[in-house]
Design a protein around this ligand. Structure first.
Ligand SMILES: CC(C)(COP(=O)(O)OP(=O)(O)OC[C@H]1O[C@@H](n2cnc3c(N)ncnc32)[C@H](O)[C@@H]1OP(=O)(O)O)[C@@H](O)C(=O)NCCC(=O)NCCS
Length: 177
């Protein structure tokens, strides 16, 4: 797993030092409003231990990145990929004070480019509830296409770019670039 750096953030592979920020995110009522019921601290600590264990699994089933300022001094979110065959589902959470600044868009762009380029994924999916406007706009503007979904959910899919078009990995045709 690599450290991914963009102009305004870095995605650092989740590590033992990230326990407190992980617990704070999963316990935050505002952040979890559209995701799942917030976790009480003991449950969040257990979930963090499991995430760390998954981080070491080979072949990977899940991988996690902590979202930080480029100098690594402030942690403001978490992104993850859950792998299934040649695809993966992307999830992302930001602390409320850091939302609405385009940081999730920048993180999604970097993570997709990395996953298509380095992990040879053929597609990346995402899902959220119908009333999650921020997630809807995030994935729509990142170039994801609507996909079939069960009632009450919205699903998205982003196909790997063709080498000619560039797409997520750097061409001009894809909104992720
Ligand atoms: C979804 C989430 C990651 C977006 O993070 P963010 O950093 O605010 O996203 P960005 O600033 O990159 O904005 C992405 C788009 O969402 C829009 N947006 C951001 N917050 C919004 C809000 N509260 N309501 C409506 N739209 C919103 C932005 O305007 C932007 O749309 P635009 O390109 O049309 O301007 C963040 O709201 C979050 O952590 N939510 C809780 C967890 C969650 O729902 N995760 C998604 C499921 S995996």
């Amino acid at each position: 797993m690599n450290l991914l750096v963009t102009s305004r953030l870095q995605l650092r592979p989740l590590a033992g030092e990230d326990g407190d920020s992980y617990v704070a995110l999963y316990g935050n009522v505002t952040v979890m409003r559209h995701v799942r019921p917030p976790l009480a601290e003991p449950e969040a600590r257990r979930s963090f231990s499991e995430a760390l264990r998954q981080q070491r699994e080979v072949p990977p089933r899940r991988r996690w990145w902590t979202l930080q300022t480029p100098d690594g001094t402030e942690t403001f979110g978490l992104a993850g990929l859950a792998y299934a065959g040649v695809g993966a589902e992307l999830g992302i959470l930001l602390r409320p004070a850091w939302q609405g600044r385009g940081l999730a868009s920048e993180a999604v762009r970097a993570l997709c480019a990395y996953a298509f380029r380095e992990q040879a994924l053929s597609s990346i999916s995402a899902r959220h509830g119908l009333d999650n406007r921020a997630a809807h706009r995030l994935f729509a503007h990142a170039g994801f296409e609507p996909a079939a979904a069960p009632p009450g959910e919205r699903h998205w899919a982003l196909a790997a770019p063709s080498p000619i078009a560039g797409g997520c990995s750097g061409g001009a045709a894809n909104p992720l670039t």
